[in-house]
Every structure is written in C-alpha cells, then in structure tokens.
Design a protein around this ligand. Structure first.
Ligand SMILES: *[C@@H]1O[C@H](CO)[C@@H](O)[C@H](O)[C@H]1NC(C)=O
Ligand SMILES: *[C@@H]1O[C@H](CO)[C@@H](O)[C@H](O)[C@H]1NC(C)=O
Ligand SMILES: *[C@@H]1O[C@H](CO)[C@@H](O)[C@H](O)[C@H]1NC(C)=O
Ligand SMILES: *[C@@H]1O[C@H](CO)[C@@H](O)[C@H](O)[C@H]1NC(C)=O
Ligand SMILES: [Ca+2]
Ligand SMILES: [Ca+2]
Length: 470
C-alpha cells in the first residue's frame, strides 16, 4: 500500500536541500575527498547537549529520520533552517543523500536528542561551496533535534503494559473491538485520543477499516488488556500523513486499552456457577414465567444494572420478547436456585446504538439467579383451563342463580377454579387485576354484570379460544 523507500516528494518540498544533495555528491566523489580543504578538523565534532532519559533506539545507517535543524557559519550567521521553511527534514540517513558531515553526525542519535555538529569543509561543501549560499572552505555549525526514526525493515512493535489475570478469549480477525487509545508521535506529540470523543473507538479488526499496523497490533489482546503499539509509517499513514496532526513518514505510537470485543457470529456464553442438584428436576423452557435476580455489568467491570435496586426479582415470560434476546436464551434450561454467568454479545443485547446507560455495541456480563419458575400462558391469554371448561359454565358462575354474574360472583368462581387446579391465571400480575380485566372483557355492554348472552357472544367471537379462555 505504501512505498517503503524514501519519499522523493519531500525533497521537492525542500529545494535548498536538494541543491545541497547534488553538490554533496559531487564533492563526495571527487573534489572533496581527493583534496580535503585542510580545515583544522579531521571529522565531525558532535556535542550531545541534550540526551533524553529513555532512548529505546539509536539512529543507524539506512534509517529513515525526521529532524529539525539550524545551520550557521562560524560567525553565527544563519545560512539555513528547517524552521524557516516550516518543514522538517525527512530522509534516509547514512547513504550519501546528505552531506557526509550530516550523515555521520546523525548516527547514534535518539529521538528528542539535541546535538550540535561542527562539520569541516571536506565533509560539507568542500573548497567549492554552494553558489550564493555556502562560501568555499566553510566550516558548518548545525543544531539538530531528532523527532523520528524508523527503518523499512521495521514491523509493528507490541508491548503489553497490563494483562488481566483472567483472559477468557483473545482478539481475532473479524472481531468487533471497542477500545480507548492515546496516539502520539515518537517525540511525544499527541495527535489523537479516543477520550476526546466521549466514548470508545469501535471497529472491526482485520477488515481494512484500520491502518494495517493497528489491524496487526490489536490481535491477541484480552478484554481489559493495555498495550503499546508502535507502527512504522508504511503500516500507518505513509508518506502523506493524515490531516494536520500526523506528518508524512511518521512513526505512530498507540497506547491501547481494550474494553471488550465480540464476533458477529457469537452466541450467548453460558457458565453455570452453582446448581442445587437435589431439587433440579425441572428446568426453564420457552414460554415459562420466571422470576430472577441479576447483576449486569460491562466486561471491564463497570456496573450497569442490578435487580437488587428494585427490591424484587425481575419477572419475564421467556420468549415473549420482553427481555433482550440474550436473556431469553441464557435463562433457559435453568433450575430454581441455579446461578449462571452470561456473556451477551451486543447483537443479542442492545445492539450498535446501545440503550440508556449501555454504550453502543457493548458486550454485557450478567450474573443471574433463578428465583422461581411457572408455566406461562400463551401471549394474550389471561386464564387457561387445564382441561375442558365446565359444560354449564354460566350456571356454575351464577352462584345465587339470579341470571346474572356480577364481579363478586365472577371473582369467587375463578379463584375456586384456580385453587382446585382446574385452570390458572396469567402469572406475574396481581390476580385481582387479572380477574378484573377478564370481567371487563366478558361484560360486553359494560353494565357491571355478565349475562348468559354476553358469555356466549364472547365465546363465539373467539372460537379459537373457547376451550381455553372464558
Ligand atoms: C534553531 O533556531 C530556532 C530559532 O532560533 C530555535 O527555536 C531552535 O531551538 C534552534 N535549534 C534547533 C535544533 O532547532
Ligand atoms: C490516555 O491518557 C490518559 C491521560 O494521560 C490516561 O488517563 C489514559 O489511561 C490513557 N489511556 C491509554 C489507553 O493509555
Ligand atoms: C420436581 O420436584 C418437586 C419437589 O421435589 C416436585 O414437587 C415436582 O413435582 C417435581 N417435578 C417434576 C417435573 O418431576
Ligand atoms: C449481585 O450483586 C449482589 C451485591 O453485590 C450480590 O449479593 C448478588 O449475589 C449478585 N448476584 C446476583 C445474581 O444477584
Ligand atoms: Ca348471580
Ligand atoms: Ca353486561
């Protein structure tokens, strides 16, 4: 994707430097070496007046460097400066592209180091000089600060800063990762950070959404892991750089903190923490009405919700679309008293956009404990008979035989059916309310009593339900 060799356009941007190079080559091959100008110095004098405390790497022959410099004569008069052009030098060092004095003077330099170089004429522009700029036999004084160094043989360098003791899985190609990062150049200049955006950076790994170096550097990370990833420019933004923050041919350092990741193919991960073996003869299934306690957090441990805040267990009918899909699945096959850990990927939770208190694309970690289980009712039903309803339903309901059924008679009748095990009410709601709702349904003209016709009418209408609902 990016050419690994030294970029030629950076030379075009520096007409003076280009001139210097051409002349240097002439001097180096012919005049300069053959007849040294005879200055007092044999070699470059290097004064390392600022050496940074940390120096993970020193400039070697063939490295690509970026640096700023000032050039002055012995009398202090400035003849050149990268600052004046507002462009630093980006070039391969030690291969004759610079004057020999500079090629030698940069060797062994650290990023952020500052050096003063004294370059004798025979390692500079010799006895000819450079028309209009450098007089013959000039000794040159350079002040240099190194900002960047890399080599086209470089690979992505990864160092783990913190690895959580528990690593359930590692990032693979195709995973969707949520992470925080701080991005700096080698000299420490910050160019970007996820923290300024109010959320994690979320992306697929290994699908070309990221610069190549990042696609590589994130592989194998655990949830919660912190890494430093150093990326050479040919695996980052190349010769062009990016925006006004990332210069061309810059090495990038990313400090990365992975919050969570998942794969679009993930299912709910279920781990049983404890299970009461003796009483576990019945497990939850689709359609069951369950009550459960839960704690919900992000993978990094951030607590989101807990049923303990509400003082009562959460209630749900499994498969009724009342809870996230991951819970509908994760709560099946449980027995009362069982505790589970569920890891729910976002496509089975709150998706890419998240929900109140839940970041988009977040993986959720649940701890659930099943409190109770009962058979549920089909959707829309308030009551079902376990067998056929009584043949003389209205007569049975009309307890005082006056031809009408007020709420009191209705309620007494239904409660009797339930307690005799002949039918059951919708779970999860106050029975009084359910019975009230049933009465309302049956009392077609809303006069506060059910007549035999009203009961028939309702039954005829709901032919399908006649055997199950009143
Ligand atoms: C070069 O000159 C500028 C302006 O005088 C100064 O700020 C800078 O520190 C000097 N030295 C280097 C290495 O750039
Ligand atoms: C980024 O920098 C901030 C401020 O220094 C720090 O709190 C945070 O932990 C850093 N994040 C990473 C991923 O290194
Ligand atoms: C399960 O066990 C309980 C109590 O031991 C019992 O009441 C119930 O009928 C059993 N259920 C099944 C399906 O065996
Ligand atoms: C949730 O957290 C509370 C308080 O830390 C704890 O008592 C409870 O056992 C946890 N698990 C469940 C399933 O509620
Ligand atoms: Ca009556
Ligand atoms: Ca009526």
């Amino acid at each position: 994707m990016f050419p690994a060799g030294p970029p030629s356009h950076s030379l075009l941007r520096l007409p003076l430097l280009q001139l210097l190079l051409l002349v240097v080559q002439a001097v180096g091959r012919g005049l300069g070496r053959a007849s040294p100008a005879g200055g007092p110095l044999e070699d470059v004098v290097i004064e390392r007046y600022h050496i940074p405390r940390a120096c993970p790497r020193e400039v070697q022959m063939g490295d690509f460097v970026r640096y700023h410099y000032n050039g002055t004569f012995e009398d202090g008069k400035k003849f050149d400066s990268s600052y004046d052009r507002n462009t630093l030098v980006a070039i391969v060092v030690g291969v004759g592209r610079l004057i020999t004095g500079m090629d030698r003077g940069l060797m062994g330099m650290c990023v952020n180091e500052r050096r003063r170089l004294i370059v004798p004429p025979h390692l500079g522009y010799g006895s000819i000089g450079l028309a209009g700029l450098i007089p013959p036999d000039a000794t040159l004084y350079f002040d240099v600060v190194l900002l960047d160094v890399w080599n086209k043989e470089d690979t992505v360098q990864v160092s783990t800063l913190l690895r959580p003791p528990h690593c359930p899985r590692m990032v693979q190609d195709g995973d969707f990762v949520r992470y925080h990062y701080n991005g700096t150049l080698l000299d420490g200049t910050s160019f970007d950070t996820s923290y300024s955006k109010g959320g994690t950076y979320d992306t697929y790994v290994g699908s070309g959404w990221l610069i190549k170096g990042m696609d590589q550097g994130l592989l194998g990370m655990c949830p919660g892991e912190r890494r430093k990833i150093i990326i050479p420019p040919f695996l980052a933004y190349g010769e062009k750089g990016y925006g006004d923050k990332i210069p061309g041919s810059a090495v990038l350092i990313f400090n990365v903190h992975v919050i969570d990741f998942h794969n679009p193919a993930d299912v709910v991960e279920i781990r049983t923490l404890s299970r009461p073996s003796e009483t576990c003869n019945e497990t939850t299934k689709l359609g069951d009405f369950v009550r459960y306690h839960y704690n919900c957090s992000l993978l990094d441990g951030t607590q989101l919700f807990t049923s303990h805040d509400y003082g009562a267990p959460q209630e749900a009918t499994l498969g009724a679309n009342k809870v996230i899909e991951g819970l509908d699945t994760g709560l099946q096959g449980m027995c009362v008293g069982e505790r589970r850990q569920l890891i729910v990927p976002p496509h089975l939770a709150h998706g890419e956009s998240g929900a109140r208190g839940v970041p988009g694309s977040a993986v959720l970690l649940f701890e659930v404990e099943l409190v109770s289980r009962e058979d549920g009712l089909p959707t829309g039903y308030l009551f079902v008979w376990h067998k056929d309803p009584p043949a003389n339903l209205f007569e049975d309901m009309d307890l005082n035989k006056d031809g009408e059924v007020p709420p009191e008679e209705f309620s007494t009748f239904i409660k009797a059916q339930v307690s005799e095990g002949k039918g059951r009410l919708m779970p999860g709601q106050d029975p009084e309310k359910t019975i009230g709702d049933m009465f309302q349904n049956q009392d077609r003209n809303q006069d506060g009593k059910i007549t035999v016709d009203e009961l028939k009418l309702k039954s005829d209408e709901d032919e399908e339900r006649v055997h199950e609902e009143l």
